[in-house]
Design a binder for this molecule. Structure first.
Ligand code: SAH
Ligand code: SF4
Length: 407
């Protein structure tokens, strides 16, 4: 039986923060300026004040208004009355034998997401989440079995970068440009929990903040957004974010992709590729990454590899082969190594880079597709979770006898 496109989820509204102070983290520059004016900053000064705050928050990593020494004392008091500078809280940090770090992070309402830091030679990649859980139901993905879903705010998304910089001690010393530092976090991938294009505005605002040259200052070419193929939003991502794109392809025929990446039933392969061919700045230096999870006996034959090459022909592309990462109860097995290598060779000989992604952090369940928040792993039921989040008791769902099974 094939999975439904979206699962029978329990959407969790955000519990309002205890104070009514506005969090400055996650506001774009124009919104930061507006917020300062609304709090009583004279209009003529608002741009300068916004610039000063921006530098403290995103360049220096300062969270305490009192440390902002270029602001007058009474202005700091006004800021303290109206605003907060808050990033999500690290609940636990696991460090893998291979150096990968996984942070379990708590966001408003007590929900949790995971953030993974992957150090490599010459670069460090931070894998961040865009939603708690995911509404989609790719059959090989652990996150897709999580029934609790809520969109993260822009603050919670860019806050993941900030808390990782805290943990890695990466904020530059005062007066130093972040570009002078050896960057521990040099790349950002939206490949954690969630479908980023189903949380477009928050993801866009967070990425614009991460790219801003006066703060975290990551180049758009070092940010990769991975999508399962939400076609109408791909064009918008090109226009409004302009970052690199990764597509979770995983199958080369609609027949198979419908089954394993169910959003394909809504946006089939031909539509997806039309959107990709139109993606801005596509070139040999700005290629699209295709992610392809290697599932034993499902999508890993020589014929599949040849079909893949035909499908992507004419698109500047790189194929990232991901050995399937197992999770408890997963219905697939990882393809054998010689199979993965044979597949990679066919793609490589056709002229495409075809790196095999080394599974990282498997011992701490941090590898691709293994993320699922501990709230869920503990198998609390949704009544307990709603009670803890301060929400009304959820409705009791009576399943139709013919309803497809979610897992
Ligand atoms: N929702 C987005 C981004 C998060 S998933 C997307 O689907 O693109 C990041 C990548 O890990 C995707 O390519 C996803 O298909 C892949 N993935 C999911 N489960 C996996 C697993 N068990 N083993 C290996 N890769 C997996
Ligand atoms: Fe969601 Fe991506 Fe997992 Fe599919 S692979 S269920 S889109 S997180």
């Amino acid at each position: 039986m094939s999975a439904p496109i979206v699962q029978d989820v329990l959407p969790l509204p955000r519990k309002l923060p205890e104070t009514d102070r506005v969090n400055l983290v996650g506001l774009t520059r124009p919104r930061l300026r507006e917020a300062l004016i609304a709090a009583g900053t004279p209009e003529a000064q608002a741009k300068m004040r916004a610039n000063q705050l921006w530098q403290w928050i995103y360049q220096k990593g300062v969270r305490d208004f009192d440390a902002m020494t270029n602001l007058a004392k009474d202005y700091r008091a006004l800021l303290k009355d109206h605003f907060a500078i808050e990033v999500p809280e690290i609940v636990t940090r696991s460090v893998s034998a291979d150096g990968t770090r996984k942070y379990l992070v708590r966001i408003a309402g007590g929900h949790e997401v995971e953030v993974v830091y992957i150090p490599e030679d010459g670069r460090g990649t931070l894998c961040i989440s865009s939603q708690v859980g995911c509404t989609l139901t790719c059959t090989f993905c652990h996150t897709g079995t999580q029934r609790l879903v809520r969109n993260l705010t822009a603050a919670e998304i860019v806050g993941q970068v900030m808390l990782a910089r805290d943990d890695l001690g990466e904020w530059p010393k005062p007066g130093r440009n972040p570009k002078d530092e050896t960057r521990l976090i040099s790349n950002l991938v939206l490949m954690g929990m969630g479908e980023p294009l189903y949380n477009f505005e928050a993801v866009r605002d967070a990425m614009l903040i991460a790219m801003d040259g006066e703060g975290i200052s990551l180049s758009r070419r070092r940010i990769t957004l991975s999508t399962s193929g939400v076609v109408p939003e791909i064009e918008r991502a090109g226009r409004e974010i302009g970052c690199m794109l990764a597509i979770s392809l995983h199958a080369t025929t609609d027949e198979l992709r419908n089954k394993i990446v169910p959003i394909n039933r809504k946006y089939p392969i031909a539509q997806l590729f039309e959107a990709l061919r139109a993606y801005p700045k596509l070139s040999n230096s700005e290629r699209i990454t295709f992610e392809y999870v290697m599932l034993k006996g499902v999508n890993d034959s020589d014929a599949d590899a040849r079909q893949l090459v035909r499908l992507i022909s004419g698109i500047p592309a790189k194929i990232n082969l991901i050995p399937f990462n197992e999770w408890p109860g997963a219905p697939y097995q990882r393809s054998d190594w010689d199979r993965i290598e044979a597949f990679a060779n066919i793609v490589y000989k056709a002229g495409y880079a075809s790196p095999i992604r080394t599974p990282r952090g498997e011992d701490i369940m941090a590898a691709c597709g293994q993320l699922k928040s501990a709230t869920e792993r503990a198998r609390k039921n949704r009544f307990q979770i709603a009670a803890e989040a301060g929400l009304p008791e959820p409705e009791r769902i009576v399943r139709r006898p013919d309803a497809p099974d979610v897992h």
